[in-house]
Design a protein around this ligand. Structure first.
Ligand SMILES: Cc1cc2nc3c(=O)[nH]c(=O)nc-3n(C[C@H](O)[C@H](O)[C@H](O)COP(=O)(O)OP(=O)(O)OC[C@H]3O[C@@H](n4cnc5c(N)ncnc54)[C@H](O)[C@@H]3O)c2cc1C
Length: 434
């Protein structure tokens, strides 16, 4: 079995309201829809369908939010991280592309609605997102973002260096893209809150209930766990990077890439880091994104180097943070550091797979899963409502193995981005950044 990063180190598990989910599936149950996986994709789907009065059972192998959903860095940036909006339209076709774009671009606002409607305690803050321009050469790419996102209905803008400093406290930037819709949160709080909301609407949720197989029996599915089973008309797999033997070869539809997240000890409000409580992205290839949690910790995420343990990771995070905020002490104290897994595949937008009649799976979110989990939840709910496949915001494809190069491609691309950053810094006559 694949080994995942330990969840015990994750800050959110300690700071989110405790989980109320203890029940393990035993014996036999029936539902219309059985969802496998208790992350954002599965939970949004369960909540939507349960709210409509559909009978839903969700099975989670470990605990609610065990996967990326409970251990991410807590940035909710309603954008696409790799593609421009026009590339999405080209990739999916005008109609489907536009549908996906509208879901994704409005995801943070819709999650805010869900948080308020269900009174979810998850440190939700929607004060905006700032992607900085570390060299003057970055500004034209950021202006294109302003143009395309605003043409799609958003109200973003290009800020000058002084405004970026005021919003983020970051020194030495040349401006930045400000997206007022960006938010941040405690992701385990959101996961547990979505689960509670789904349960209040009648969904059955079971933890420590790993699905071992699903078999078609007549017109229905029998979904088995080690101690019980669910008979359902439809099965939806949302097991992501944390897939455990759920469906043959589902875990081959992506490759793993590790991300690290560090949280400092709580710092006083007076410190010049994120005075406006926005989410900040330093605009570099190996993205460094950070925010403050409800207790004043700085929570920062980045891709770690291939080799090197805890000390090396913390050094990397410290150097980046101090470069942007020289007033921070040289020995920043870190409260916790954890890593987690992303399900990478070449397209980077989620992939919806047809498994057999009445059974689908989504994997390959490739990061940005806080808004994307909401988006996928809408697509899966539409599928469960029998929406014609051509009208779904994601195409349904046969399950396929991701190419082998995805084992090393994203790492190589990262090194390529770092070299591009170095070259831009050198060309614009700047000091090399850490
Ligand atoms: C360290 C880290 C930092 C990140 N930071 C951010 C960020 O700041 N912002 C952002 O938008 N995105 C971020 N992401 C990405 C985001 O968290 C993920 O893309 C998203 O949470 C994936 O959601 P999911 O529902 O697809 O899968 P998951 O949340 O991984 O859920 C899948 C669930 O399925 C369960 N499961 C697996 N197999 C079985 C089985 N056989 N039976 C039953 N259950 C099973 C797993 O236990 C797991 O709980 C980050 C990811 C990581 C790892």
């Amino acid at each position: 079995m694949r080994r995942f990063s330990p969840i015990g180190d994750v800050l959110w598990r300690k700071t989110a309201p405790p989980s109320e989910f203890k029940e393990v599936l035993s014996g036999h149950r029936e539902a219309e829809i059985c969802i496998v996986g208790g992350g954002f994709c599965g939970l949004h789907t369960a909540l939507n369908l349960a709210k409509e009065g559909r009978s839903v059972i969700l099975l989670e192998a470990e605990e609610i939010g065990f996967g990326g959903s409970g251990r991410n860095a807590g940035h909710c940036t309603p954008t696409f991280h790799h593609y421009s909006l026009n590339s999405i339209r080209r990739l999916l076709g005008e109609k489907r592309g536009e549908k996906l774009i509208q879901l994704q671009l409005n995801a943070a606002d819709r999650i805010a609605d869900i948080v308020h409607e269900h009174n979810i305690d998850c440190e939700w803050v929607q004060n905006g997102y700032v992607m900085a321009a570390p060299t003057p050469g970055n500004l034209s790419a950021l202006q294109s973002k302003v143009d395309s996102y605003n043409a799609a209905g958003q109200s973003t803008y290009l800020a000058d260096a002084e405004e970026v400093r005021k919003l983020t406290g970051m020194k030495g930037q040349f401006g930045g893209w400000v997206h007022p819709g960006g938010a941040h949160l405690n992701p385990m709080g959101l996961s547990r809150g979505l689960a509670m909301a789904a349960r209040r609407h009648g969904a059955g949720l079971f933890v420590r209930s790993r699905v071992t197989e699903a078999r078609r029996t007549g017109r229905k599915w029998k979904v088995s766990t080690t101690e019980g089973s669910v008979i359902a008309k439809r099965v939806i797999y949302t097991t992501g990077a944390y897939t455990q033997a759920a469906w043959p070869k589902l875990d081959k539809s992506f490759r793993i890439m590790r991300v690290m997240v560090g949280a400092t000890k709580p710092l006083p409000d007076a410190i010049d880091v994120l005075p406006e409580n926005v989410t900040a992205h330093d605009g570099r290839g190996n993205i460094f994104v950070y925010k403050r949690d409800a207790f004043g910790r700085i929570v920062a995420s980045m891709f770690p180097r291939l080799f090197g343990g805890r000390e090396k990771m913390l050094r990397l995070l410290t150097r980046r943070l101090q470069y942007h905020h020289p007033s921070l002490p040289a020995d920043i104290e870190w409260d916790c550091l954890w890593t987690g897994e992303l399900d990478m595949q070449p397209l980077t937008i989620p992939r919806l797979y047809h498994l057999e009649e009445g059974a689908v799976a989504v994997t390959g979110l490739s990061g940005r899963g806080v808004p994307t989990g909401y988006t996928v939840g809408q697509v899966l709910s539409d599928w469960a409502r029998d929406m014609p496949h051509n009208d779904l915001a994601l195409p349904i494809e046969p399950l396929r193995r991701t190419p082998l190069y995805m084992s090393f491609g994203p790492q190589l691309a990262l090194r390529g981005y770092e070299m591009r950053d170095r070259f831009s810094e050198w060309r614009s006559g700047q000091k090399m950044r850490p």
